[in-house]
Design a protein around this ligand. Structure first.
Ligand code: SF4
Ligand code: SF4
Length: 454
């Protein structure tokens, strides 16, 4: 018998151990006695019933060769899926912004302002390029039935002065039957309500950040003159929800607002009464952007804190939690087969970012930074093959440290940008590790406690 190395064992209580298959998410609670036999490779002393269950759930293979064949087939299946992943596009109509958030990367952008040509012409050029990328994709993989997504971001894309340009982007998107989402600070959203109403069928959602109740938010997400933006943003969120627009509300968490999350949860529950058009989620900041690292909360400590706060205030369940292994753990608790990955995100797949200065990027965090641009699209289309390939090759099959890592099918090489402010440069060719052992253990035990499985 051959025991796979992609297994996590977590001490559950004095008598039992949780056994998790890190490839497919199969999870079982086993007796300590069985655990001892398993880790000592004494399979001949294990009941047939347990053994056949372990084989079926792929913790065990009859031979190492069988395991190698399984992995080879799995990897080539994922590789094919990821290479042919439906393209998604981000367009940046302008780098200008009406806020001056304390942690914003955009203050470090080398590129400021807006396009040097007519903004409508720039949208035409951006969509011409998108059409050409789609043509190459379709020649290679055939037409996709999936939604093709245009994300509009900035700077702040929904500045009042951008209305005509944004309207034109909606028109071009509708002509192609694609859908739109927008990353906005929500400050000028009221000026866009009629447009969103007109294009309801292609607008998927708008993501807006609210970092806490008024007292907290207004210290972080501020105008140039120091005024807070909370009241204006909340008013606009209410207006949007009234018009049936889906708002994904992001909360950036660090040391300075984590303890106040229950107050925000209460406010959201009171104001929106669990309205389905509001989907709030929590994001533990990985680095502090321009405000430095001193307030960053270690992810494990942050997760524990959030569970503790939720235990005391059930309104906290309004928040979806975007922790590192969350998709993997969700598949366990939803009893779904986990879809393993070789790549971390769209930047290593078919994601392209086209800004208003004719730069092409692969990664969101590269936007506005000449070091991370992978090409230009106007007046000529020139891609830097080497830089593009670095992104496409960012896979656990290529990066040597990842090749043998037992968490590779959950991690997919990690996000090289997560700490690039502190490391100066992001290393696209290197691994970006997260302590999955600790995180999986912490979330599993907290969730089991919450659902009274403990
Ligand atoms: S910031 Fe990280 S997760 Fe986001 S696109 Fe870039 S590499 Fe991917
Ligand atoms: S980045 Fe680190 S944790 Fe992720 S797969 Fe590679 S070696 Fe493992």
């Amino acid at each position: 018998m051959f025991l796979i190395k992609e297994i996590e064992f977590i001490d559950y209580n004095e008598k039992e151990v949780i056994m998790i298959n890190l490839i497919n998410g199969a999870t079982d609670i086993i007796e300590k006695r069985i655990y001892d036999l398993i880790i000592n490779n004494r399979f001949d002393e294990i009941d047939d019933e347990v053994l056949s269950c372990m084989l079926e759930r792929k913790y065990l293979f009859k031979t190492k060769n069988e395991y190698n064949i399984f992995l080879k087939e799995l990897d080539s299946r994922i590789e094919m899926l990821e290479k042919s992943a439906t393209p998604n596009f981000l367009v940046v109509p302008s780098y200008a912004c009406n806020l001056h958030c304390i942690y914003c990367y955009e203050q470090t952008y080398m590129i400021k302002g807006t396009t040097n040509i007519d903004p409508i012409k720039m949208v035409d050029i951006q969509f011409d390029r998108i059409d050409k990328i789609m043509e190459i994709y379709e020649n290679r993989y055939g037409r996709t039935n999936d939604d093709i997504r245009i994300t509009i971001m900035g700077g702040e894309p929904l500045l009042r002065c951008n209305l005509k340009t944004i309207k034109y982007i909606f028109m071009k998107t509708k002509e192609r039957n694609y859908t739109i989402d927008i990353v906005s600070n929500g400050v000028d959203l009221n000026h866009y309500i009629d447009l969103f109403n007109e294009y309801k069928d292609i607008l998927d959602h708008i993501q807006i950040t609210v970092d806490g109740i008024k007292e907290i938010h207004d210290k972080r997400r501020i105008f140039q003159d120091g005024r807070g933006s909370f009241d204006l943003i909340m008013k606009n969120i209410k207006l949007a929800i009234k018009k049936d627009i889906l708002i994904v509300l992001r909360v950036n968490i660090d040391e300075t607002n984590i303890n106040e999350l229950p107050d925000l949860a209460d406010t959201l529950v009171n104001e929106f009464n669990s309205n389905e058009r509001l989907k709030p989620y929590l994001y533990l900041l990985q680095d502090g952007g321009c405000s430095g690292e001193q307030n960053i909360v270690d992810e494990k400590i942050g997760i524990k804190k959030i569970f503790e706060l939720e235990e005391k205030n059930p309104n906290m369940s309004i928040f979806r939690k975007k922790f590192h292994p969350e998709n993997f753990i969700e598949s366990i608790f939803n009893d779904e087969v986990y879809q393993p990955v070789l790549r971390h995100c769209g930047a290593s797949k078919n994601q392209f970012i086209l800004d208003c200065k004719s730069n092409v990027y692969k990664c969101w965090h590269g936007i506005g930074n000449n070091d991370y641009r992978v090409g230009t699209f106007y007046p000529t289309y020139e891609l830097n093959e080497e830089k593009i390939n670095d992104w496409f090759n960012r896979s656990v099959k290529v990066i040597s440290k990842c090749k043998n890592c037992k968490y590779r099918y959950i991690c997919g090489t990690g996000c090289p940008a997560a700490k690039h402010m502190s490391d100066e440069n992001m290393d696209v060719k290197g691994p970006s590790c997260v302590n999955y052992e600790e995180l999986i253990k912490t979330i599993m035990l907290e969730k089991m406690k919450k659902y009274n499985i403990l």
